[in-house]
Design a protein around this ligand. Structure first.
Ligand SMILES: C[S@@+](CC[C@H](N)C(=O)[O-])C[C@H]1O[C@@H](n2cnc3c(N)ncnc32)[C@H](O)[C@@H]1O
Length: 434
């Protein structure tokens, strides 16, 4: 397995050399982003989308590397300076210290004094002395070795995962798997891409030898940078994790069928369903949040999916809101704790508590109970999450099946993030027998 430092090296090699001359504004933007995500509860990707517009491509890459790097290595970064202060300073200043240590030891190596000077310049007057003193001491003593991650306590420090989560994974998947998942979460997330056959036909694909369609017919890989490819804006390709692509394949909708996608926003799977159905039939794409339904509509427009109708709906009482309707296929891609996608969203760990996990299990059970009656006899129900928590996954499915003998489990699978370039996911496919 690659070490986290190797991974960061790959991202930042090309931008590291310019570290010394980096504009103070870019550093300030990164600091503001970290403060917004760590201390104010915002999502890194949303924050970047909103605040990245004023940045050049190179600046955006640097800010992104800093944001995700600091989020992934929160605990090891703090380990470098925590023992040098009596009390942790106010949250925003603590984040500045974390960010500066990240630059010193992971990113802008060789630009030591520039990093310290810029941090001192940026921080408010009363804290300048402290920031200067701490960072100079950090520099003087050099990188402090981390403990070996042999105990759960040390693994929690090295991987910035809470101990309760490591214990939960150990109980659910065994000690070796728990370790492997936690270490895999330190790696940079892969950018996976799916083809949109509604817009990208074999003839056009053949003209671009830099793209290769994988044997599953949906995943498409490139020797270039998919995010900068014009095909993305044209809706010919879609950024979608490999495990996520599997969910629609498990539902297996056919042209002409009626599909109910109960928790559809932002529509990544909905648009794949429309493509699988070759825009024939109907998809009712629902979500509790109207602003998120707009994202489904935008996605549908971008990829040329014409069979998607959006509707605001609470899936936990869908059977009342859609009384009398029956669907050939029902997709329940439910809200979950997101423990399978920590490489993409490391900030999830900042806010997650064991209590929140239990709450979400109850909501998922409600969604299952109230959406299942909408599946016709003989129809297919797929339940999926992007988490690694058996209570939300196979135990949830087992509890549902115990209460609903009219449904039969056809297959279920947990996808793990340490088993290739994929997120952690769980998918269960059930058939309604009567
Ligand atoms: C995992 S995301 C769905 C991702 C989506 N299927 C996709 O592939 O793009 C879960 C969605 O459930 C929605 N949601 C949360 N509670 C809900 C409820 N009670 N009824 C319907 N949707 C809900 C959230 O707004 C969120 O958009």
């Amino acid at each position: 397995m690659k070490t986290s430092t190797d991974c960061e090296t790959a991202v930042v090699d090309s931008i590291r050399s310019k570290g010394a001359g980096r504009m103070n504004n870019t550093r300030k933007t990164a600091w503001q982003g970290l403060h917004a995500v760590i201390n104010e509860g915002q999502y890194a990707s949303l924050w970047l989308r909103q605040h990245g517009l004023a940045l050049s491509e190179e600046e955006k890459r640097w800010v992104t590397a800093v944001l995700y790097g600091v989020l992934r290595h929160r605990e090891p970064l703090r380990w470098q300076w925590r023992d040098l202060v009596k009390r942790i300073p106010e949250a925003k200043v603590a984040v500045l210290l974390d960010m500066s240590v990240y630059q010193l030891f992971y990113l802008d190596k060789g630009t030591d004094y520039a990093v310290v000077n810029e941090a001192v310049k940026m921080c408010p007057q009363p804290m300048k002395g402290l920031v200067n003193a701490v960072l100079r001491q950090v520099l003087r003593r050099g990188q402090r070795p981390l403990p070996q991650p042999d105990s759960i306590e040390n693994l929690a420090l090295v991987t910035s995962h809470p101990q309760w989560l490591l214990n939960l994974w150990k109980a659910h998947y065994g000690e070796d798997k728990m370790r492997s998942i936690a270490l895999a979460d330190l790696e940079e997330a892969a950018v996976s891409v799916r083809i949109n056959p509604l817009k990208l036909k074999a003839k056009e694909l053949a003209l671009r030898p830099d793209w290769t369609l994988q044997p599953n017919g949906w995943t498409i890989t490139t020797t270039g940078n998919p995010v900068a490819d014009p095909w993305l804006g044209e809706g010919k390709i879609v950024i979608q994790d490999r495990s996520s692509q599997q969910v629609a394949l498990w539902l297996d909708p056919q042209p002409g069928e009626a599909v109910f996608d109960a928790c559809s926003a932002p529509g990544t799977k909905t648009t794949q369903l429309a493509a699988m159905m070759d825009n024939q039939g109907s998809i009712l794409a629902c979500d509790l949040h109207p602003h998120r339904l707009k994202l489904v509509e935008e996605a549908a427009q971008r990829v040329g999916a014409s069979i998607i109708e959006t509707r605001m709906l609470d899936a936990a009482c869908a059977d009342q809101q859609l009384a009398g309707q029956q669907f050939d296929r029902v997709l329940l891609d439910v809200p979950c704790s997101g423990l399978g996608v920590l490489r993409h969203k490391p900030e999830i760990l900042l806010r997650l508590t064991p209590e929140a996990l239990d709450e979400i299990v109850g909501l998922q059970a409600e969604i299952l109970n109230h959406c299942a009656p909408l599946c016709r006899v003989g129809g297919t129900l797929v339940y999926s999450t992007c988490t690694l928590n058996r209570k939300e996954n196979d135990k949830q499915t087992a509890a549902f099946l115990a209460q609903h003998p009219d449904f039969e489990l056809q297959d279920e699978k947990t996808f793990f993030p340490d088993e290739g370039d994929q997120d952690g996911f769980y998918i269960a496919k059930m058939i309604r027998r009567r």
